[in-house]
Design a protein around this ligand. Sequence first.
Ligand SMILES: C[S@@+](CC[C@H](N)C(=O)[O-])C[C@H]1O[C@@H](n2cnc3c(N)ncnc32)[C@H](O)[C@@H]1O
Length: 294
Amino acid sequence: MMQTHMDYIRTLVDSGGPKPDQYDDLNQWFQLIGEKSRTKAITQDQLTEMWSAFGDAFSTNTMQGFVVNKPHGYAGDFEIIDKIYTKWLSPTKHLENWDRFFHWQKASIAVRNRKAYFKSLLSEVDNSEVENPLILNVGSGPCRDIFEYQEEEPSTKIKFECIDMDSRAIEYSKTILSGENVEHFCLNAFKFRPNKEYDLVWSAGLFDYLDDKQFVFLLRSLLDSVATGGELVVGNFSEKNPSRDYMEFGGWFLHHRTEEKLTQLAQKADGDNYVITIDREPSGVNLFLRITKP
Ligand SMILES: C[S@@+](CC[C@H](N)C(=O)[O-])C[C@H]1O[C@@H](n2cnc3c(N)ncnc32)[C@H](O)[C@@H]1O
């Protein structure tokens, strides 16, 4: 059985990577492997053995290889996220098809859509009556979203404060941003003690790495920093994620949550005093818990 699986991948590798008419089959293959791994029909060692069939399609020269190798030491780092935003393609020509497959994934589309969603929130703030809007971005990563917004809306009044615990993420984001109206703080969000209030507190790609206890703790602490009339908006991947098995095959695990679960966690974090709604981007893979402070 292992041989059949390895042969399937090797054939794709030898033919120069998957073509668009093979994407659905390949995604279903990852889903099958995911199912077998969950039911223990395939062990973790066998799964890792399968990686070898990918050869250099699993090197850091590809999107999926970057996920597998985690050169920054953890999944979902600033660099892979920015590569998703910019639809990065491998400089090694025969590996490009693997990156196209990666960017076709619903999860990649959802990440790009959440950038658009954040920009639409920024636009709402800019068009509101708030005079000097201040926004806190928690787990800010590459800041591609802020960069694009400032480019698209040069007259924006928004000032940003960004928190990230990875100093390399901050250095990287500074190479993208112009440096105007964005202040960075290299610290763990769990240690953040706000001494001011923000009109919008935004966090995407962070809460889906937290278990329920950590989720509620951080939500509660960030709610304290939201100004009256302001909002806390938190992104979290939905359980409806067709890319989940592909991600988990490469060791990228998230806490996927339903709308009900997100609402429940918000209520646990003192949500009774707030207005709670759930938004989603067009693919439905990335949900947004939106908490308004009346
Ligand atoms: C998946 S990236 C998302 C980046 C950005 N929010 C986006 O959507 O483009 C997650 C970022 O959160 C940062 N991060 C993870 N845990 C954190 C924590 N406890 N405190 C501060 N930053 C954290 C990581 O260093 C990484 O840059």
